[in-house]
Design a protein. Sequence first.
Length: 349
Amino acid sequence: MTHSKHYFRLGLFVVIAVITAALLFIAFGAGRWLGKSVTMETYFDESVQGLDVGSKVRYRGVTVGEVSKISFTYTKYQLDSPPSERLQYVLVETRLRPELFGGKTMQLPSQETLQREIDRGLRVRITPQGLTGTSYLEIDYFNPYSNRPLAISWAPLDLYIPSAHSAVSQLMSATQDIITRMQKLDVETTVTRLNHLLATTDDKLGQIPMASIAKSLDSVAGKLDKLPLDQLVSDARAMLNEVHATSAQLHAMLDAPGMASAPANLAVSSAKLRELLESPQLSDSLKHLDQTMSRLDQLTAGHEGELGETLMNLHSASDDLRRLTDRANSNPGSLLFGSTPTPYPLPAQ
């Protein structure tokens, strides 16, 4: 009887413990497994080392799900294609809680509404977690032009968000690029050329007559010290004063009352000149002058010979007159007696 009571109490304790554990499981853990979730997949064309099943999926730092499967795309797609034509992308499937990830903006699980965010730059990236070597998936917005989606030939069966290059892969790629470029450098040739350049520079610098240059600089400095700087400054100030005075006189001349009316007078004169030029009387006068010049040309052309003879006669008369004048100056008596008079003899004593 005593043993029966003992076994009954033990069995009752075990039943209560099981019921309590079940209640705790339902209260704390069942919601994680029994709650509504959506499957999201993405593809990587790089190593996913550090990422495992159960790794966190975070959206802007907030945990919204976990990794549920890591495989290759050819195990789910391109099954009918030859192995040589299958893409070697890494397939990562996750379970997301739509109430945390979707919210009111994307409203999961619609791929159409999710596509609008993808066009804005929504991507999935592998992010290392501290120094532990583990990684997690980060969902955030990146530059859509530098993180274009991978080329695929199938329609994803679940929700799909393209991947972005991880920071580690970008760092490794940049490092590898630097190493490749350094390997292509001919260091020995570069050092040899640098030594040759330094030697050539040393020789050229040694050929420069530094003593002569220093002496010339001292001579120039001495000549500069001898310049009458005070006199130059005084002359410059005087010149500036003259410029200021000239400018003041110019302003005074421009401000004079007569200068203000000069444009008006010029305009009036121009108007009168235009009126005179457009006058019909001036046209008639020019026409009459033209006719007169034509008649004068005709008259001159008709008596050109007579005019030449008259000019010759006039030239001959001028010569005769000049000789007569010279004779009157030298011997005025010849004009009256026709010849030189006989000299009167003086009486004898």
